[in-house]
Design a protein around this ligand. Sequence first.
Ligand code: PLP
Length: 441
Amino acid sequence: MKPPEAVRPVVAGRSESQGEHPHERLESQVRSYCRSFPAVFDKAEGCRLYDVDGREYLDFFAGAGALNYGHNAPRISRAMVDYVRGNGVMHSLDMATRAKEAFLSKFESVILKPRKLDYRLQFVGPTGTNGIEAALKLARMVMKRRNVIAFTNSYHGLTAGSLAVTAGESYRNEYYDSAADVTFMPYDGFLGDDVNTVDYARKLILGKSTGVDQPAAIVVETIQAEGGVNVASAAWLRSLDELCRDCGALLIVDDIQVGCGRTGEFFSFELPGIEPDIVVLSKSISGSGQPMSIVLLKPHLDEWEPGQHTSTFRGNNLAFVTATTALEYWESPLFSAEIHRRGQHLAAMLEQLCTSFPNLETRVRGRGMLFGVEIANAAIAQSTSRAAFRRGLVIELCGPEDNVLKVLPPIVTETDDLAAGVRILQQSIAEVAGMTPTREI
Ligand code: PLP
């Protein structure tokens, strides 16, 4: 692997000698990841990215969870190329196409039937936030209630409706977000290990004169990825599900980032054994990085009038084709076990990483192939992410203090590559904290 130079001047991806880059001159200030990862990327394969200078990077970011099966997985790319070569329909609004039919059949036979799940599929605009908007709108319409319960440190997207249920402080602004009709409750663990926050929510929702309106829905991430890799316990999720039944609210699980195998099972709610009324999937559902978002809804909730919730890009046929191929991974009964095996290996190495710096306050948490390495000293966490990038590892920060390294490699990453990434993390922490690890990984 050819590592990037330890320190090199970079202006949004190109060395200073090459002058101002069009990204800087033309692209809005709002751009963000090109600031965290200053390179111009060109090619990608599996868990690797390559920049225009041919430098190789291990990708522990995986398109923020959109590339669970890695970049350009050969079987998925082949299906895409064949479809394009065969003049397959690309855009079709929500007209019926062969590609959509194939996806629906595969989703039913590979995902729904083996899990005995009964959901209708609603195709929405192409990104995760479109799915959340549709889910909230449907819940309010069907339940004839306006209030929605969301949680501290949640992230559900940034359009008006999804922003209203997003707690992340850096995204909120009193002038454009709407706090009306949303009540935030503490997520599992938010009030400490000894407080069951569902009991707290139960008192406020079911009690008299609490000031909390009866909710149409409770929207939750089973693991808050952006919020700092906060893992809700199975017991907490089950009691939340029970609370929904007791207060007549729908349970919406946002599986946009932690669904599609990220936690080891296809859905993140399989382990706790709950069955949400509405599930939103996006990111890795297409398996290729092609935009796609779907809402799964219990059939009795399907009160939409034809065309009542519409959008031009609900029929990305290329995404249907790649999604259908990606679902083939789930035909093997071994696939899930394989994700867990890799995840356990990764977790053990991350624990070793933390114990190798006994003078640093660190903590690992996560499940499946998603882990957060919290470093109490936020400045060290942030410098580690930058130092890791200089050493050839793409890794993002998360959490309200931006002090959690989010370890999010493709779920198919081989253990050697996982080890190489953790080693880079160890070298990076050693460099920025000025500490020598007690034991090399
Ligand atoms: N919900 C969760 C849990 C997410 O992680 C994200 C994106 O990171 C979204 C919703 C929003 O998805 P998108 O960025 O595709 O609109």
